[in-house]
Design a protein around this ligand. Structure first.
Ligand SMILES: Cc1cc2nc3c(=O)[nH]c(=O)nc-3n(C[C@H](O)[C@H](O)[C@H](O)COP(=O)(O)O)c2cc1C
Length: 454
């Protein structure tokens, strides 16, 4: 049985596994194996027993929100696309996994690809789409191979393709391989790339669900979101919503990394306190200083606030985001200024350059951070950091820009002493500043393989 995941994906025990349950049990290259584990029961229920609007109502009742970062209610997006004018409608699975520190989508695509295909066909049925594209990063070779096999098998078995399950619904499935920077995972950038243009975001509205690829209403959905769709259809909205916090129902795949005993991927109910997440990864390996929650556009939560719930609203209130589900744990030997500098540099490099405030502003922020780190600040550099961070955010064309300064603003607020020690005395309070290259802690975010650092 082919079940191996890429070496950097380790699945942790514990949590509330739903989407991860069958990884390692199901053969990802076999439709028969997926079906033996109950696969396509959700599709069958949706297509043979429910009208499209009833499927949307189920997804609404579950309270499913997009897992790709925006947290937008999935049912609301589907309804917009369903109600939009036009014969041709398209659904897209977003597996561009722009944030390299988040392993969830890749684990699903490699370990249980039919779960994504099933969710995508259900989504297509609900919105009335006849085309379904799986957009996947070109360098995920194992995932691509398995997704292609899954699409072929599903099409041959009439679980996709022509006249699905003998109904009058047809959904043409395809796999599209893409590449590009972090910004290329943003949905309008992805739509541009699918159309053959550069992966640059567009001004919204119109939203893709109204007018997207080739002007057709297009629903872009994250891979994990689609896996939840299949799970909800197979188990019920109530089962999905039985865990979670107020406006954040269900489970989420979280990648725990950095200074923890056992880095890896775990599925937890939304609303799980951050302190419990830390415990699930074997606790911090040193004196935990902060958790950077949400990846490059997230924010730093200090160790005194770890009772905070891991959900959309509590994190937003603390200047962080769920993002694509990464949680980077830092300890007393991690420099917060250096770490924030890494993130803003990442955002500057991985942006597309279309919006001037983003292109110029993020670079000026990197330079300002460098002056502080080198103890050569200009007199107004702290004011500049805050003002420019806000301006870049306020004038944003896309969310990369809107969120780019999160790591700076949260560390400036919570670890201002580290900034001052660097700027005024050239002293790193953590005693562990990077001298050259990317600190080992952050290598997974730089796209390096954490196992080899290459
Ligand atoms: C810079 C940037 C990168 C993004 N990368 C991804 C990505 O890799 N995968 C993804 O599903 N969504 C990504 N998103 C979010 C998408 O724009 C979009 O909201 C999402 O695909 C919608 O699906 P969902 O509602 O299921 O989350 C990104 C957004 C931004 C601003």
């Amino acid at each position: 049985m082919a079940s191996a995941l890429s070496p950097q994906i380790r699945i942790l025990d514990g949590g509330e596994p739903r989407l991860l349950t069958d990884i390692g049990r199901v053969d990802p290259e076999s439709l028969a194996s997926y079906r033996e584990h109950g696969g396509y029961a959700g599709l069958e229920r949706a297509l043979t027993r429910l009208a499209p609007e009833e499927v949307i109502r189920d997804i609404e009742a579950a309270g499913l929100r997009g897992r790709g970062g925006s947290g937008f209610p999935t049912a609301a997006k589907w309804r917009v696309a369903r109600d939009a004018a036009g014969e041709r409608k398209i659904v897209v699975a977003n597996l561009m996994a722009a944030d390299p520190s988040a392993l969830g989508d890749r684990a699903l695509a490699e370990g249980n690809p039919h779960l994504i295909v099933e969710g995508l066909v259900i989504a297509a049925y609900a919105v009335g789409a006849s085309e379904a594209v799986i957009a996947v990063r070109r360098d995920w070779t194992v995932a691509i191979e398995r997704l292609r096999t899954a699409v072929r098998e599903a099409t041959d078995a009439h679980l996709g393709g022509y006249l699905v399950l003998g109904t009058d619904t047809s959904v043409q499935l395809s796999v599209w391989e893409g590449s590009g920077a972090y910004v290329a995972g943003e949905e309008t950038a992805l739509i541009n790339a699918l159309a053959g243009d550069r992966g640059m975001p567009l001004i919204r509205p119109p939203y893709p669900a109204e007018r997207g690829l080739d002007d057709a209403p297009t629903v872009v959905q994250n891979g994990e979101t689609l896996a939840h769709v299949a799970w909800i259809m197979a188990h019920s909205p109530e089962a999905f919503a039985s865990v979670g916090s107020d406006e954040s129902r269900g489970t989420k795949l979280v990648t725990l990394m950095g200074r923890v005993g056992t880095p890896g991927l775990i599925e937890v109910p939304l609303g799980t306190p951050l302190i419990d997440l830390l415990g699930m990864a074997g606790g911090g390996t040193g004196t935990t200083k902060a958790l950077f929650v949400g990846g490059p556009g997230g924010g730093a939560i200090d160790a005194g606030s770890l009772n905070l719930a891991y959900d959309y609203d509590d994190l937003a209130g603390a200047g962080a985001i769920i993002g694509s589900g990464s949680v980077l744990v830092t300890d007393s030997a991690t420099c917060m200024v250096d770490t924030a500098r890494f993130f803003i540099d990442f955002n500057a490099r991985e942006a597309c350059g279309k919006a001037v405030p983003c292109r110029i502003g993020t670079k000026r922020l990197v330079e300002t951070m460098d002056r502080i780190l080198a103890a050569t600040p200009r007199p107004n550099d702290f004011t500049l950091l805050r003002d420019l961070s806000r301006k870049v955010s306020d004038t944003a064309l896309c969310k990369l820009e809107r969120l780019a300064s999160g790591p700076i603003l949260t560390t400036l607020d919570r670890f201002g002493d580290e900034y001052r020690a660097h700027a005024e005395r050239g002293e790193c309070l953590s005693g562990a500043c990077r001298t050259d290259g990317v600190p080992p802690l952050l290598q997974p975010l730089a796209g390096a393989d954490p196992a080899t650092g290459a």
